[in-house]
Design a protein around this ligand. Structure first.
Ligand code: DAH
Length: 342
């Protein structure tokens, strides 16, 4: 009666394979009929018992019964699992797609970055090399090389945070002029766009111990203040989108000669007088001038052959003007409601 043991094994194997293909309740029902139904394979095995002796019946009857139980259990497990999948599926398809989505906040560019980008675009289009300096500088690059020796009273206006006797947080970006001229040979055109500077100033609506400057330097043969003026007009066009006039007021900076405070005609009222320019028609924006021969000599450039101009303006001031920001501290405070406006 070995064939019965074989049949049991074979039925079980083929049942397991068929069960893998079952993916819904109808298919499970068909499988049940095929194996456990009245004309199913297991039933047929039971039928063979009829022609056996009582001992054989006992022996094989038990084995067939086991098979039947195993198939029933496996089918039941499969049915349970199908039920579970189905209810999960139902829950999913019940999802209300008309619900509002979760908000996805998008970052904003800081006003200083926005201005920085406009300045960058202008100067790249004019073929200036964009450079960065060091925020921690030595006395030589911050003062000495710029014609401000230790004893010079101009140092007083730029009191700084000293790290050692010789190292300090830079007080202006004019340091990048020196570093550029040490590395590059003229003709050279460089700009540092958003350089962070530090001074021991008490903070109020227009002062803060940390601020930003744009510094430009152009060294070549035969340059004049007229070239400087033209460049500054172009720079303001990039920021305000319209031409402005440039006006120089004689002023003193040890590293330029002549030196000037630089004013632009008010881009908002076109010199008619408004709140922004305090009815004067002009806005003061920073220093500029023709590079002092001594500064050129300090970096081994021959002042008899080359001349050049430089300017250093406050970027915070530009951002405040352009976006109507009344207090410089707002640029530093990181208040989300303020920043979200840009
Ligand atoms: N570095 C000066 C300051 O922070 C500003 C300045 C004046 C920069 C004249 C220049 C310049 O490049 O030519 O007060």
């Amino acid at each position: 009666m070995l064939f019965i043991a074989d049949s049991i094994k074979q039925i079980y194997t083929s049942f397991e394979a068929d069960l893998l293909d079952v993916s819904n309740e109808d298919q499970a029902e068909s499988l049940k009929i095929a194996y456990l139904g009245r004309k199913g394979q297991v039933r047929q095995l039971f039928d063979t018992l009829a022609s056996m002796s009582p001992e054989e019946k006992k022996q094989y009857g038990g084995a067939i019964n086991d098979l039947k139980n195993k198939l029933q259990d496996a089918l039941q497990n499969k049915l349970n699992q199908l039920q579970e999948d189905k209810s999960k599926q139902e829950k999913l398809s019940f999802y209300d797609y008309s619900l509002p989505g979760r908000p996805f906040p998008i970052g904003h560019q800081h006003p200083l970055s926005l201005i920085g980008q406009q300045l960058y675009d202008t100067f790249r289009s004019l073929n200036f090399t964009v450079v960065d300096g060091n925020e921690i500088e030595d006395d030589y690059h911050n003062f000495e090389a710029l014609n401000i020796p230790k004893w010079h009273p101009a140092r007083k206006m730029q009191d700084s945070f000293y790290i050692t006797e010789n190292m300090l947080l830079r007080t202006h970006t004019s340091t990048v002029q020196v570093r550029a001229m040490e590395k590059m040979k003229p003709p050279l055109r460089i700009v540092s766009i958003n350089g962070r500077c530090y001074r021991r100033d008490a903070s109020d609506a227009t002062h803060y111990p940390v601020f930003h400057q744009i510094e430009g330097l152009y060294i070549d043969e035969g340059l004049s203040m007229a070239d400087l003026s033209g460049l500054l007009v172009e720079m303001m066009y990039g920021v305000f989108g319209r031409e402005v006039e440039i006006r120089f007021l004689p002023s003193y900076f040890p590293f330029v000669e002549p030196g000037a405070e630089t004013l632009i005609s008010c881009p908002f009222c076109r010199k008619k007088g408004c709140q922004v320019c305090q009815q004067s028609g002009w806005i003061e924006l920073g220093g500029s001038g023709m590079v002092h021969p001594q500064v050129l000599r300090n970096v081994n450039i021959d002042p008899a052959k080359y001349s050049g101009f430089a300017f250093g303006w406050g970027v915070d001031r530009l951002a405040m003007l352009k976006y109507g920001i009344e207090d410089i501290r707002m640029l530093m405070d990181n208040h989300i409601h303020f920043l979200e406006q840009f």
